[in-house]
Design a protein around this ligand. Structure first.
Ligand code: FAD
Length: 467
């Protein structure tokens, strides 16, 4: 009988990346995936389709509002939503097919079906025809990911009450969209539909949107989204919903003064978070424990209480991000094959791909203060940068946070066009234990928007040249 070194349950970023690394290290590896395509949430209904629509809708908005300033006059700009969606679907198809190719190239076995742990060395796979096979393995990696959280009075039908999956696949532009939850997914999908013409209202329980991110960055983003026409109801709790003449009406209550009100929309996007997915995994067969939020409990080596059963990605603790999931998958493959594997959690970036984008790594000023670290902060605006002016992208700034005692960079926060790409050098600086002086002394091509990072690094020591 064939015995695998590693069976991975789930073919998302954690699973497929871990599988490829395991195979590269010589482990006989298989991935069990229940869905038709590999790539998990990220490639099929997450990171990639959302970024495809964000890009297309940004072009649509720019063509209408920004091209004229460049001396480009368009008689009329028309939306062809079907083509926009087909383009998104093609990108998803290309990338998920690419993982199949990588599996073949690296000799990873793709087991199509639902995976269930029977005991510490057996995974049962049930395929689409109901055929069941029991497969033997030395190690198991649980990478079963997460699913959207549903509210009891807002059950997803993906027509009127949408999860992010439904919001990625609408075949018309709703007149108005109510977004319940002002986190990353709500703001990204809200931006897409606002740019395409929907009146978007974001209803957020907290005092402000994206509470975990740098306050100054979020203030810039909020201003910009309001300019786009997005309305925000913060400190507001949605309490009930009903269908009224084909529209959805939500009751809500202000958490500041208790005032009750209601609002109607063509559709509601519920983006109040995601929860780990462990249904049918057979955790009870091996007594694997979950915490109070349903996340599989692991130690610092990603092991459950069985040394050969690991959990990585969205199904366990930590930020629900594709790159975090990937790194954990790789770390477990390396731990199994070599005994060593590591993820540097101080350098996990997070990004909101709106316009402007918000990108962050490391600590905010507030978090540093709470941790008792005295900081020196350098901040520099894009409005003083030549390339940003040439591009018409002067909104926003870069903020570098250094430990005042050592000058070591402990945080970087950017709000502006392409913030996600610009953040890269700050991530690397943190990974290398770099100081603001290191960034300030590094060449930055002129003219580029990355010069703002250098100026912010110089500003840590109040040595910025412009602005
Ligand atoms: C709209 C949206 C946008 C996002 N944008 C970003 C972004 O820009 N950047 C970012 O970093 N993150 C983003 N994310 C989050 C990102 O998609 C997740 O963090 C990431 O996919 C987690 O990877 P994973 O491998 O842990 O789980 P998943 O990607 O959820 O993959 C888990 C896989 O396991 C399979 N599975 C589950 N149980 C079983 C079983 N018993 N048997 C067989 N197969 C099983 C599932 O079918 C799935 O394919 C976004 C998410 C959404 C919803």
């Amino acid at each position: 009988m064939e015995i695998y070194d590693l069976i991975i349950i789930g073919g998302g970023p954690a699973g497929y990346t871990g599988a490829i690394r395991a195979a590269q290290l010589g482990l006989k590896t298989a991935v069990v995936e229940k869905d038709k395509t590999l790539g998990g949430t990220c490639l099929n209904v997450g990171c990639i389709p959302s970024k495809a629509l964000l890009q297309s809708s940004e072009f649509f908005h720019e063509a209408q509002h920004d091209f004229a300033a460049h001396g480009i006059r368009l008689e009329s700009v028309k939306l062809d939503l079907a083509t926009m969606m087909a383009r998104k679907n093609k990108i998803v198809g290309d990338l998920t097919g690419g993982i199949e190719f990588l599996f073949k190239k690296n000799k990873v076995t793709h087991l199509k079906g639902f995976g269930k742990i029977l005991n510490t060395t057996t995974v049962e796979v049930t395929d689409a025809n109901g055929t069941v096979s029991a497969i033997q393995t030395k190690n198991i990696m649980i990478a079963s990911g997460s699913v959207p959280v549903e509210l009891p009075f807002l059950k997803f039908d993906e027509k009127k009450i949408l999860s992010s999956t439904g919001a990625l696949a609408l075949d018309y532009v709703p007149k108005d969209m109510l977004v319940v939850g002002g986190g990353v997914i709500g703001l990204e999908m809200g931006s897409v539909w606002a740019r395409l013409g929907s009146k978007v209202t974001v209803i957020e329980y907290g005092e402000r949107i994206c509470a975990m991110m740098d306050t100054d960055c979020i203030n810039v983003l909020t201003r910009s989204l309001k300019k786009l026409g997005v309305e925000f109801l913060t400190s507001t709790k949605v309490t009930a919903s009903r269908s009224v003449g084909g529209r959805i009406e939500l009751d809500y209550e202000s958490l500041t003064d208790g005032k009750k009100s209601s609002i109607q929309g063509d559709v509601v996007l519920v983006s109040t978070g995601r929860k780990p997915f462990t249904d049918g995994l057979g955790l009870e067969n091996v007594q694997i424990e979950k915490d109070e939020r349903g996340r599989i409990r692991i130690n610092e080596h990603y092991q459950t209480h069985h040394a050969n059963i690991f959990a990585v990605g969205d199904v366990t603790v930590g930020p629900m991000l594709a790159h975090k999931a990937e790194e954990e998958g790789v770390a477990v493959a390396e731990i199994i094959a070599t005994g060593h594997g590591h993820v540097n959690y101080t350098a996990v970036p997070s990004v909101i791909y709106t316009h402007p984008e918000v990108a962050a790594v490391g600590l905010t000023e507030a978090e540093a203060k709470a941790a008792g670290i005295e900081v020196a902060v350098g901040k520099f605006p894009f409005s003083a940068n030549g390339r940003a002016k040439a591009r018409g992208a002067t909104e926003g700034f870069v903020k570098i946070i250094a430990d005042k005692r050592t000058d070591r960079i402990i945080g970087g926060h950017i709000v502006g066009a392409n913030a996600s790409e610009l953040l890269g050098e700050i991530i690397v600086a943190i990974e290398f234990g770099g100081s603001s002086e290191d960034l300030a002394r590094s060449f930055h091509s002129h003219p580029t928007m990355s010069e703002v990072i250098r100026e912010a690094a110089l500003a840590v020591d109040k040595r910025q040249r412009q602005g």
